[in-house]
Design a protein around this ligand. Structure first.
Ligand SMILES: Nc1nc2c(ncn2[C@@H]2O[C@H](COP(=O)(O)OP(=O)(O)OP(=O)(O)O)[C@@H](O)[C@H]2O)c(=O)[nH]1
Ligand SMILES: [Mg+2]
Length: 447
């Protein structure tokens, strides 16, 4: 029987080995890096995409080779290893240029996929809502559009072979016309997708405007994929929610959550909205950041970001993960939003490491979505953050705007009201961001 070359990954519910006995796709994972690495993350990505990893090759070099990603000697080594391990695809840990991809495929004789293609493939498999599917398709099309040159060369040489048309240097072969058609089709589809996403985006904006009218403070759970964001949201809503919402899906696989979910959480008498959304990763494909703009907007517009990280990861990995998340947050325009570091999966951390984490991240909170440890402290801390940002407001609500006043009770501190001929005069303390939303009711132009 064929053996499972999955190494330390072992069988899993997603494991290809379990489903088919032998994986159809058997990848050799390769990387050009300036440091040593066991490519654990790339293997995990491949596993999530349903591809078995039969071996890994890391070449230490400052920069990937411009033509072939790996140097010529390493390419030969990979070729030999593919034969030894019976691999049928090569997966690279970076996004390849179309040229690198083409040259590598030619040299190795097997399909070459890059990190971006693997991530896009996972997203495609995990998208459930109409919006999620549109966003992923857009990202995939943009990725493919840059790569159709490969197809062109291939078709052109094929055409020359069958002799349908003289492939002389001045003539345009059928391959070239084919690629032009493909490109045009892809561009048309891209504009159609953009338009549809704009429509979805504006209905999302309407929903958001409705939420904003409720004036509730908004907290976004952001962080590396698989850090436990959805588990935390479930634990928080179970303990402090309105008791009405279904649990968010949780699984030990990368990018399980793609679509944002918002839940109400009670915070010493006031209500706050928590949103769980798509996770980030190192070298997150820019096509995804672009096409997931509407989804990431939820994070960008939050009053507070809880940056959730898997505290059971070794220190250097933890640093890399938080760095990657900080970079994406800056990228999407959320760099200035107040942020709280949440070290999750505390139940997997021993006493020594707890001490070290406390010293290295004195402002962070240690939580476990699994055992509930630290959740009360987290709620307390979020409340404290909002209270600290509170400022006094002096507002006048015309009688016609009674609704807005009712909602104010949910978020205000020390609210006092007085009926006047012009409307209800209110003094209270409000979180800074919420106060800004009430600007229009300010007395004397001073909220
Ligand atoms: N031991 C332990 N496991 C946890 C904890 N929180 C989450 N997990 C596990 O970690 C895995 C990922 O959890 P999720 O909540 O799906 O993580 P996520 O950040 O939402 O992941 P994506 O949506 O894929 O980005 C699941 O197998 C969870 O059961 C925790 O506090 N302790
Ligand atoms: Mg999730």
């Amino acid at each position: 029987m064929a053996s499972n070359h999955n190494g330390s990954l072992g069988p899993s519910p997603d494991g290809v080995s379990e489903r088919q006995g032998r994986a159809r796709q058997r990848a050799l994972a390769v990387a050009a890096l300036d440091h040593d690495d066991d490519l654990a993350e790339l293997r995990e990505l491949l596993r999530t995409a349903g591809v078995a990893t039969v071996g890994t090759v890391v070449q230490r070099r400052e920069q990937p080779h411009p033509n072939t990603y790996l140097g010529p000697g390493k390419v030969e080594e990979v070729k030999a290893l593919l034969a030894d391990l019976d691999g049928n695809v090569v997966a690279c840990d970076d996004e390849l240029s179309p040229r690198q991809e083409r040259n590598l495929e030619k040299a190795l004789g097997v399909p070459v996929i890059d990190r971006t293609a693997v991530i896009l493939d996972i997203f495609a498999g995990h998208a459930h809502t109409a919006e999620g599917k549109l966003q992923v398709e857009l990202a995939q099309l943009e990725y493919n559009l840059a790569r159709m040159r490969g197809l062109w060369t291939h078709l052109d040489s094929l055409a020359g072979g069958v002799g349908t048309r003289g492939p002389g240097p001045a003539t345009r072969g059928p391959g070239e016309r084919q690629i032009e058609t493909d490109r045009r089709l892809a561009r048309d589809r891209i504009s159609a997708l953009r338009r549809r996403l704009d429509d979805v985006g504006s209905s999302r904006a309407v929903m958001r405007a409705e939420r904003n009218r409720a004036e509730l403070p908004q907290v976004a759970l952001a962080g590396y994929t698989n850090a436990g964001k959805s588990t935390l949201l479930n634990a928080l809503t179970a303990a402090h929610g309105d008791g009405e919402s279904a649990a968010v899906g949780v699984r030990d696989r990368l990018f399980h959550t793609l679509d944002p979910t918002t839940r109400t959480v009670a915070l010493d008498g006031r209500r706050v909205l928590f949103t769980d959304t798509v996770g980030f990763i190192r070298k997150l494909p820019h096509q995804l950041v672009d096409s997931f703009g509407a989804t990431l907007e939820e994070t960008r517009l939050a009053d507070l970001i809880l940056h959730v990280v898997d505290a059971s990861a070794p220190e250097d990995e933890l640093g890399e993960m938080t760095g990657a998340v900080d970079a994406v947050l800056a990228d999407i325009g959320a760099g200035e939003t107040p942020r709280l570091l949440v070290l999750n999966k505390a139940d997997l951390v021993d006493d020594d490491r707890r001490l070290e984490l406390g010293l290295r991240h004195p402002d962070a909170l240690l939580t476990s979505g699994e055992t509930g440890e630290g959740l009360a402290a987290l709620i307390e801390r979020v409340g404290e953050d909002f209270r600290r940002s509170m400022r006094p407001v002096d507002l006048l609500f015309p009688y016609a705007d009674g609704g807005s006043l009712a909602e104010l009770h949910d978020v205000a501190d020390g609210l006092e009201r007085e009926d006047t001929p012009e409307g209800v005069r209110v003094t209270a303390r409000l979180p800074e961001t919420v106060a800004a939303r009430y600007e229009r009711f300010a007395v004397n132009g001073r909220p």
